[in-house]
Write a protein that binds this ligand. Structure first.
Ligand SMILES: [Zn+2]
Ligand SMILES: [Zn+2]
Length: 377
């Protein structure tokens, strides 16, 4: 085994340094993951520009790789063997609190960096903590006994498995949180990797009408949404989205609105409230909006709208996402648009943030950071 590990370390806002870090010592209940793919998402863009603290952090919270070294106890605990390809959740729960005890470790205090400065979460935790390698933007990642690993099905490549996080969010938010099901009508706002993942989840669940909105810049993403099963795509810059949704639904409105626009502000939420059916619709929102002036509470109560918040994913959603990838039922490989190596972390995050100079010709949907890319090519 090598003695040192190359890692892209965030050392200051929007600053990455390639560092050689010592290989952590492993106890019998721990393991090392050889990182194949670390997915990049909108959260990385935010955390890179505005880190919540000053400590050095190896980012990368959507990680896939193979078990490189593992203690016997780790293998027994997790049912894995050397060389197994696994998807590692970014949550590292305590497994002792009430949330962990019911399997909802995503709510565990031990993994919540917002409320606990000493929280463990891949991509967020200081590399000064025991284990050092707490993120996927490195050749190897440290797996303590309480890491949550999912075996990747045979035939699913590392790059495809890198889509587990957006897909599991799709399943969690659309199906498990909002409750989209057979014959439902759905409006999905925003055709990024999250929005596209919601299309797939809703289609698989049997939604009868899936409408997706985007801007003129999103033309290729909207086309991909139609290919993945959306029925109607609306460019909100050239069409009136309210009118189009009403036309498509025969004036009834939709059963569900899933807002995946993240930083678009209040517009999508207000539109969502308006296009929901007359009574008992469900609006799924994300926590990007800090505050909301003139929130139309009256309209909300008159229409008896339920608001659900999108908050990560559960164990079950990850397993269902892996099954979905293994089934080959949807051309999900189309979501994987870009690859970057370990020396290009800064470029990769800028490309996802919309810097076209860093993205090249193709539209960015999902970016795979592949720590071993340069060495192999
Ligand atoms: Zn993410
Ligand atoms: Zn816990």
């Amino acid at each position: 085994m090598v003695e040192s590990v190359l890692a892209a370390v965030r050392t200051a806002p929007s600053t990455t340094e390639l560092r050689e870090l010592p290989m952590p010592a492993l106890t019998d209940d721990a393991a090392l993951l050889k990182v194949e793919v670390a997915g990049i998402c909108g959260t990385d863009v935010k955390m890179y520009a505005k880190p919540p603290f000053d400590d050095p952090v190896i980012m990368g919270h959507e990680n896939v790789g193979t078990i490189a070294v593992a203690g016997e106890k780790f293998k027994r605990l997790h049912g894995v063997a050397d060389g197994d390809r696994v998807f590692v959740e970014h949550y590292v729960g305590c497994y002792n609190c009430e949330w962990c005890r019911i399997g909802e470790y995503r709510h565990c205090e031990a993994t919540d960096w917002r409320t606990n400065a000493d929280a463990r979460r891949y991509g967020y935790t200081s590399s000064k903590n025991h284990g050092t390698l707490w993120g996927g933007f490195a050749q190897y990642m440290y797996l303590p006994w309480n890491a949550v690993v999912h075996k990747v099905p045979e035939g699913v490549s590392a790059e495809l498995a890198g889509l587990v996080t957006p897909l599991s969010n799709g399943i969690e938010w659309a199906l498990l949180a909002a409750g989209v099901g057979y014959a439902d009508t759905v409006l999905i706002q925003g055709p990024g990797q999250q929005g596209l993942a919601q299309v797939v989840a809703c289609k698989q669940a049997g939604a009868s009408t899936i409408i997706i909105t985007g801007t003129t810049r999103d033309a290729a993403r909207l086309d991909l949404a139609l290919e993945l099963g959306a029925d109607e795509a609306i460019d909100i810059q050239t069409e009136d989205p309210y009118q189009r949704v009403m036309d498509v639904t025969g004036g009834r409105g939709v059963d569900f609105v899933l807002d995946c626009t993240s930083r678009a502000g209040v517009g999508p939420v207000l539109l969502g409230i308006d296009v929901l059916k007359r009574r008992e619709g469900t609006l799924l929102i994300q926590g990007e909006l800090a505050a909301f002036p003139d929130f139309p509470i009256k309209k909300l109560t008159e229409k008896a709208i339920t608001i659900k918040s999108a908050r990560g994913h559960s164990y079950r959603a990850c397993e269902l996402a892996l099954q979905q990838l293994g089934s080959g039922r949807f051309p999900l490989e189309r979501l994987s648009t870009h690859r970057f190596g370990l020396t290009e972390v800064d470029r990769a995050i800028r490309a996802l943030a919309g810097d076209t100079a860093d993205a090249g010709d193709a539209d960015v949907i999902h970016i795979s950071l592949m720590p071993w890319l340069e060495k192999e090519s």
